[in-house]
Design a protein around this ligand. Structure first.
Ligand SMILES: [Zn+2]
Length: 249
């Protein structure tokens, strides 16, 4: 680092000064762009509105400085998806320490960090308040496996968690319990959470859960729902566990 153009004093803190803790500082924009791109896709898909939900991405180990604590990039608090810019995406470490002079991170940071710490294979987390899945959330209902695509991309139906307050450290615990052996869950009286290895499948899962929730609620209105038998879909669930699952099974 070059000489600083000012004297350090007690009021100054590096947490308010923009510096890189990645091997290659140019990678910061790459991660911000990944999160921003997911924001645009879930907004376009009608899964989030102003101030709702959040998106994050883990920094890959190869991009971290040696002995550096793990880090993520996450959407800011009071996020407006219609106007968000790449440099609004916040860089924090696993202790929640701000690593950029950008905005404050989402208040759901503990939810994201709790999932990343428990599931090393997770690289992208999306949390939405998408309307049809949220109907199941307020009813405390699971989304059963009703169309084969669910077995391949979700691994099974999606369970609804027990209630825990937004922003609490209990929320990731309840989410992980409901996720079980798959990568997603419905958050009781709240919304949806998906935790995948990459952004592509995370977006796919978030959109699929909303679409399947809509179909399930519609079919219930018709008066009859035939739930698929997972034992007949073993080739699809095996593909999920072989390549998409973020559990160690
Ligand atoms: Zn939320």
């Amino acid at each position: 680092m070059q000489n600083l153009p000012f004297k350090l004093n007690k009021k100054f803190s590096f947490s308010s000064f923009k510096f890189s803790s990645l091997k290659n500082p140019k990678k910061i924009q790459e991660y911000q762009n990944r999160v921003w791109d997911v924001c645009k896709q879930i907004y376009k898909g009608g899964l989030v509105e102003f101030g709702e939900g959040n998106v994050s991405h883990r920094v890959f180990k190869e991009d971290l400085e040696k002995n550096s604590i793990e880090q993520i990039f996450i959407t800011p608090t009071h996020n407006d998806y219609s106007t968000i810019q790449q440099n609004d995406i916040v860089h924090v470490d696993f202790n929640g320490k701000l690593l950029s002079d950008s905005r404050k991170p989402s208040s759901e940071l503990p939810l994201h960090l709790g999932i990343y710490k428990s599931r090393p294979k997770v690289n992208c987390i999306i949390h939405t308040h998408s309307p049809f899945a949220s109907m199941l959330a307020v009813s405390g209902m699971d989304l059963p496996c009703i169309i084969e695509e669910m077995a391949l991309f979700l691994g099974s139906g999606v369970k609804c968690s027990k209630f825990a307050s937004a922003g609490s450290t209990e929320l990731p615990k309840e989410a992980l319990k409901a996720m079980g052996n798959i990568n997603s869950c419905i958050l009781k009286n709240h919304g949806v959470l998906v935790a995948y290895k990459d952004t592509k499948y995370a977006v796919k899962a978030a959109l699929l859960i909303e679409k399947m929730s809509k179909i399930y609620i519609g079919a219930k209105q018709l008066g009859k729902v035939d739930i698929l038998d997972l034992s007949q879909l073993k080739s699809l669930t095996q593909l999920f566990y072989d390549s998409i699952s973020t559990t160690n099974n």
